[in-house]
Write a protein that binds this ligand. Structure first.
Ligand SMILES: [Fe+2]
Length: 298
C-alpha cells in the first residue's frame, strides 16, 4: 500500500515528536503493509511556518535514518497545504509542495469555517493544471451543510481523501458517517492514515482498507490505497486513473443526457429524414406569402 498523508517528519508540526517516534511510525507502517510513504507536514501560516525546502531536507534526513535502521519504507515529499489565497503562486515558487512533485496536491480546508470562495479556489487550482486532493472532508465540521459543494467539486475534477481512522470510528460518529456515505456514493479517491503518532492517531491503513472493502468491494479498496496513490506518484493524468463505479455510472448518465438519452429512459433516436418534423412550416409560410401577394396585387 501507499500512504499519501502522514505527519511523520520529526519535530516540524503536531506529528512525530522526534526521530524515535518517526522511526516507530515507519516500523508500524511497514508492518501494516505500507511500502511508500508521503511525508506531508502542515504548511499553515500562523500555526506551522514550514516551507518546501525545509520539508525536502527533513525528508532526505529521515530516509537516511530509515536506511540505516533497515526499515524498508520509501519516502516521497509532500505537504498538508492549508488553503491560502495565493496557493498557486506558492506552489510554483516551491514554498508549498505537491505530492512527489506531481500535479496532485493535498489541500487542507479550515476545519470549522466553510471558506466563502471554496469552489473558485479549487477551480483556480484545476485551471493551473493541478489536481487538488481535498484532505479529510469527512472530518470538517461544516460538511453537513455544504455536502453538495463537495459533490460538485468532485464532478469538476477535485479528488477527495478520507482518513482510515474515520472508518474505524476514531474521529467520532460524525466523521464515520460522512466517510462511509462518501464511499457509498463514490466520492472518495484516496484513503490515507494522516498519522500523527504511535498511540493517538496511529497508522491503521490496512484496517481502514478492509473496512472500506466491505462497502465498496475489494477492487475499489485496492484503488483507494494502491492504484490511485501509485498514479499520483507516477503523475498519471486523472483520465488514466480508474474512478469509483458510482462515479463512473453518474458520468455515463451525463454523457447520455448530452445525446438526448435521459439515463436510458427517454431516449428517442433523432429522425434525420427530410421534413421529418412533420409540420408544414416552410410550405405554410410560402402559402401565406402568396396570399399576401395576391391581396396586395388585388
Ligand atoms: Fe494532516
Amino acid at each position: 500500500m501507499i500512504d499519501l498523508h502522514a505527519h511523520i517528519l520529526p519535530g516540524i508540526d503536531d506529528g512525530a515528536r522526534d526521530l524515535s517516534v518517526a522511526l516507530e511510525i515507519a516500523r508500524m507502517q511497514v508492518a501494516d503493509g505500507v511500502t511508500v510513504q508521503a511525508c506531508t507536514p502542515h504548511i499553515f501560516p500562523g500555526a506551522y511556518h514550514n516551507s518546501g525546502p525545509q520539508v525536502r531536507q527533513l525528508m532526505s534526513a529521515l530516509q537516511l535514518a530509515l536506511d540505516e535502521h533497515d526499515i524498508a519504507l520509501a519516502l516521497v515529499v509532500g505537504a498538508d497545504n492549508h488553503m491560502v489565497p495565493d496557493f498557486v503562486a506558492q506552489l510554483r515558487s516551491g514554498h508549498l509542495l505537491s505530492l512527489a512533485d506531481s500535479r496532485y496536491v493535498l489541500v487542507e480546508p479550515p476545519h470549522h469555517v466553510a471558506p466563502p470562495q471554496i469552489e473558485a479556489f479549487f477551480f483556480g487550482l484545476l485551471v493551473a493544471g493541478y489536481v487538488p486532493i481535498l484532505t479529510h472532508p469527512e472530518r470538517l465540521s461544516w460538511i453537513g451543510a455544504h455536502y453538495e459543494v463537495f459533490k460538485r467539486l468532485v464532478h469538476k475534477g477535485v479528488w477527495m481523501q478520507i482518513t482510515a481512522g474515520s472508518l474505524t470510528g476514531e474521529f467520532g460518529k460524525g466523521a464515520q458517517y460522512w466517510a462511509e456515505r462518501m464511499l457509498d456514493e463514490g466520492y472518495v479517491h484516496i484513503l490515507a492514515t494522516d498519522v500523527h503518532g504511535t498511540k493517538h492517531r496511529a497508522p491503521q491503513l490496512r484496517l481502514g482498507r478492509d473496512l472500506a472493502a466491505r462497502r465498496v468491494g475489494d477492487d475499489e479498496a485496492t484503488h483507494l490505497v494502491e492504484t490511485r496513490p501509485r498514479a499520483v506518484i507516477d503523475d498519471l493524468a486523472p483520465s488514466k486513473v480508474p474512478v469509483s463505479n458510482a462515479l463512473s455510472e453518474m458520468r455515463n448518465v451525463e454523457v447520455g443526457r448530452e445525446f438526448g438519452d435521459d439515463g436510458g429512459s427517454n431516449f428517442t433516436k433523432p429522425d434525420t429524414r427530410p421534413h421529418a418534423r412533420g409540420d408544414d412550416r416552410p410550405a405554410g409560410s410560402l402559402r401565406s406569402f402568396a396570399g399576401r401577394l395576391r391581396r396586395f396585387l388585388d
